[in-house]
Design a protein around this ligand. Sequence first.
Ligand SMILES: Cc1cc2nc3c(=O)[nH]c(=O)nc-3n(C[C@H](O)[C@H](O)[C@H](O)COP(=O)(O)O)c2cc1C
Length: 472
Amino acid sequence: MSFFDLREFLKLLDSEGELHRIETMVDPEWEVGAICRENFDRRGPALQFNHLGNHQTPLVVGVLGKSKLYGLALGVRPTFKEIYGKWQWALENPIKPIFLETGPCKEVKSEEVNLFEDPFPVPRWHVLDGGPYLGTFHLVISIDPESGWINCGMYRNQILGKDCLGIHLANPNQDFGKIFEKWKSLKKSMPVAIAIGVTPYLSLVAVSKIPVGVNEYNIAGGLRGSPIELVHAETSDLLVPACAEIILEGEVPVDDYHSQEGPFGETPGYMGEMENRINYIKVKKMTHRRNPIFQGTYEGKPPNESALVMLYTRTISVYNHLLLSGIKGVKDVCVTYASRGFHTVVSIYKQYPNHAKDVMNHVLGCPGLICKHCVVVDEDVDPWDTFQVEWAIATRVQADRDIEIIKNGRSSKFDVSQVPSKRGLSSWLRIDATKPLEEYEREGASFPLSSEPPEELLMKVRTRWKDYGFKD
Ligand SMILES: Cc1cc2nc3c(=O)[nH]c(=O)nc-3n(C[C@H](O)[C@H](O)[C@H](O)COP(=O)(O)O)c2cc1C
């Protein structure tokens, strides 16, 4: 099953009992955020707010907010193995987009832009946010002026004026930042389009590290199994998804800044700093579908949609990095959900004494990752199961032998465990939670055998489970 647009995906979620519509009037200033928080904590369904303040346009949140929904979008079971397999297939089998004369996203064209009076329900997501954020789960589309490469990314946008949106980059190395530098050197404003309410494949490529120069529309096509339909933007050479609910077009001045952005409830779960010099998008044109659906998400402390999609994105990056680095014996990886990228657990088929150390070196140096704590476990421990990881740490680690602290490692500016003057640097922690086979050998002993039933006996019992009177 594949989805042309957000509406088709919502239909599927509805049929799965994974879309909850809220008909009660909800306050966009405080209530919507609190409802999202509670719903994510309850691992609830996607939400559709039909009466946000006085708005007629519905707001949907959390369409990819759980592994089950992520799996439904890709048509696979929600296991890392199957999700990884689907991504690899799409990367190796991209499908080029097709170009349409016009599309649903152009059904209504607004002559004047006034983001304060527009018909879209833009909430204040966290009570302490500096204002309403229009772009929270969307595409920011830009084009490389040299190669014509089109990039889609997800970078948040605060409403800063009637035709002015902030553009926030977590770091200047985001692809948008790289492309912006090229426009800057040409001394030309950078054309940008924002697409809101899109087929889930586009949201997924927007949050993923797709190699520079690779057209993300092609990868989205690969994920969908058919070409993404594009139309020309009204005011630039950009190509935008025909299926989008809403398109905003504008440009980023290369020599002008807005004086403030934020604060915003950042992804680790704390309020960020206000930024005092930020690039902005001057919005020139707005088109949308008839009766559009607005899409956004509640960020901040996990669990939530933002952390869930990044969990898979980051884990795929680390897994591929380990495979490319030539490290042998990697069984499974998890850049954990709760840690928002700060913790990685890797399971290995241990082959030599320093095997775990080699793995940890590669994980902590993985480009683009902000991981500061790495645990390596044996192949009998599932890195996706925190209970099992804790058991391995408890039963296989001697702190003075297996734990190492490295000072002044690279870190994220969002790591509030570090004081502001030292942000960007962090201590790294490496925990080798594999069996201490060499220590035992040195004493002429062997590590104790497991007391658990062997897998083949467990399999026998599982197949006979109903015979014992259990339901499933
Ligand atoms: C909900 C959500 C919001 C995000 N907001 C931002 C943001 O404001 N700034 C940013 O640099 N990255 C943000 N990210 C991460 C980027 O989308 C991600 O790094 C992506 O790879 C960027 O695209 P690029 O690789 O083409 O630069 C966000 C991710 C999610 C899931």
